[in-house]
Design a protein around this ligand. Structure first.
Ligand SMILES: [Zn+2]
Length: 539
């Protein structure tokens, strides 16, 4: 027994089996029922959307001896002859290989003979946009005044390449790409009656429907490929992944986390793994885009996400976790980026390099200027600020808000180099080196000042604590009586130092500074109270 390709084996024999083109099917069936059939039709749409299938069903119906509500009966002589490809009334021409004037002249000559049996001669010209200008002109005459028994069905994937003179003489129908659900539904229906040799797991079927990318014929071809390897067995999800060179979703989860962590090395390493496994890179890009799409659905549909996407419970849990880690606009940016890449990569020579570039672009939004990349950059800056705060730096609100865009990492650079940085940035670098004794003192300042005599106690409590040269404690006093008390009286300074020594059981050198007001303090000194208080909270 010779092998019949799936898409032939399961080609619909009734209009209702054609999925996704309901409006077209209804219109055509109504024309057949009312016997108001046109003479020139143009079917436009991407490949695998049912153009040829509907054209053939239409040809069968108009010639059927006992049509049932617009559908061909499938049993009369005409129906059987057409199904077997033996009918003289249905003439299929592939314009891609028969595009010359002579090919069309042959048809035009033939058209003048009425059909020997049956009502209509149906000419199906596939890929009609491939006809030469001369061929189109030769066809035009016949299209203008066709004999009553002739029907032309012109099919094309590129309607924009058809001359207007031809377009204006045809009833035009635009075929839509099929949804994953429509492809899945059709496959399930067709396979239900297929018998034991064609068993397929639900998840596997779903995956094929998705991989077909809107083209029914592709779905069948993919199933053909899988069956060639696993004939007679129930086809599982893992088998399908394996045959089609696809990867398990765990890899996508890892890739996403690398991107979110802006870990370029991690991304590149993971890609290396996939290359070594011999996976198909174009498929990988398409699948990752789908993964991100699912992530976005989970992110935006919340509790109802189980209804919307079809994955295992375990994977769903992981998606939910990841949905918490990413912002919708960032996910959308990733999806856009990978969908565009999937279009470009199909015919590219250096697929791996293209993917690597894309990964770097996503990890380094500062290299881009689109709005969504800018949002990512802002998020980057916010994260860095958070990190700095955790590291014990106090960041003034004005500094964060006033930060110029396009200087990602500017804070860190300022802290590292000091050069060109503001005073504020400089003083933030200090607290890391606060000696232990001083930390203790600051955190117990109230207790310590309680031991000081008046008026020293008041002055101390009004003073600000900062860090001076060589990590000395710096007492910043308000200019006036407070500063005079220490700066003008050596005895007061000695008294304080003795108290400190007693309190800490260590010698502590103190620097005294006077400032005019609070703003001057905030502009020039590290507020140890804030820094150390923050530390305590952290611990
Ligand atoms: Zn029939």
């Amino acid at each position: 027994m010779s092998y019949t390709a799936m898409y032939r084996r399961f080609r619909p024999s009734h209009f209702e089996e054609v999925k996704g083109q309901e409006a077209i099917v209804t219109t055509l069936k109504n024309q057949i029922r009312a016997d108001r059939i046109g003479h020139a039709y143009l079917f436009c749409g991407t490949r695998g959307t049912g153009k040829t299938t509907i054209a053939k069903l239409f040809a069968k119906s108009v010639n059927c001896e006992h049509p049932v509500d617009g559908d061909p009966c499938g049993e009369c002589r005409s129906c059987r002859a057409i199904a077997a490809g033996a009918s003289m009334n249905v003439i299929e021409i592939d314009a891609a290989s028969n595009n010359g004037v002579d090919n069309i002249r042959e048809i035009v000559d033939e058209v003048s003979y009425s059909p020997a049996e049956g009502k209509y001669k149906v000419y199906i010209i596939d890929e009609v946009h491939m006809l030469s200008t001369g061929a189109f002109n030769a066809l035009l005459k016949t299209l203008e005044e066709p004999p009553s028994y002739v029907i032309f069905i012109l099919a094309t994937t590129e309607a924009n390449r058809i001359p207007v003179t031809i377009l204006s003489r045809c009833q035009r129908y635009d075929f839509k790409r099929l949804t994953v659900e429509q492809i899945e539904e059709r496959m399930r229906e067709a396979l239900a009656g297929a018998g034991e040799d064609l068993r397929i797991e639900d998840r596997a079927l779903r995956y094929l429907a998705k991989a077909a990318d809107g083209a029914m014929r592709d779905a069948w071809s993919l199933l053909d490929q899988c069956m060639a390897f696993h004939f007679g067995q129930e086809l599982t999800y893992d088998m399908v992944l394996d045959v089609l060179g696809a990867v398990d979703t765990g890899v996508f989860s890892r890739l996403l986390r690398h991107i979110l962590n802006r870990d370029v090395a991690g991304c590149i390493g993971l890609l290396e793994e996939i290359v070594l496994q011999g996976r198909d890179l174009s498929q990988f890009v398409v699948d990752f885009a789908w993964y991100l799409r699912n992530l976005l659905l989970v992110k935006t549909s919340g509790e109802d996400s189980e209804e919307v996407i079809d994955i295992s419970g375990e994977n769903l849990a992981r998606l939910k976790e990841e949905a918490q880690m990413a912002e919708p606009d960032a996910i959308m940016r990733y999806i856009r980026s990978f969908s565009e890449l999937s279009g470009r990569i199909r015919f590219a020579g250096q697929k791996r390099i293209l993917i690597e570039m894309e990964m770097i672009r996503l990890c380094r939004p500062q290299m881009e200027t689109q709005d969504d990349a800018l949002l990512d950059r802002i998020r980057n800056l916010e994260q860095e600020l958070e990190e700095l705060k955790k590291g014990g730096f106090s960041v003034l609100p004005g500094q964060a808000a006033g930060m110029p865009a396009g200087q990602d990492g500017g804070i860190q650079a300022a802290l590292r180099e000091g050069g060109g940085a503001t005073d504020a940035a400089k003083r933030e670098a200090l607290p890391l080196a606060v000696p232990e004794e001083i930390r203790t003192l600051v955190s117990r300042w109230k207790e310590f000042t309680g031991r000081a005599p008046q008026p020293m106690r008041t002055y101390l409590r009004r003073a600000k604590l900062s860090l001076g040269g060589e990590n000395r404690l710096q007492l910043v006093l308000e200019d006036g009586p407070d500063s005079d008390y220490f700066l003008k009286e050596e005895a007061n300074r000695s008294a304080l130092e003795a108290l400190l020594e007693n309190f800490l059981q260590k010698r502590v050198e103190v620097e005294y500074r006077a400032v005019k007001n609070r703003a001057e303090f905030e502009g020039s000194y590290v507020d140890l109270n804030q820094v150390i208080h923050m530390d305590i909270e952290e611990e």
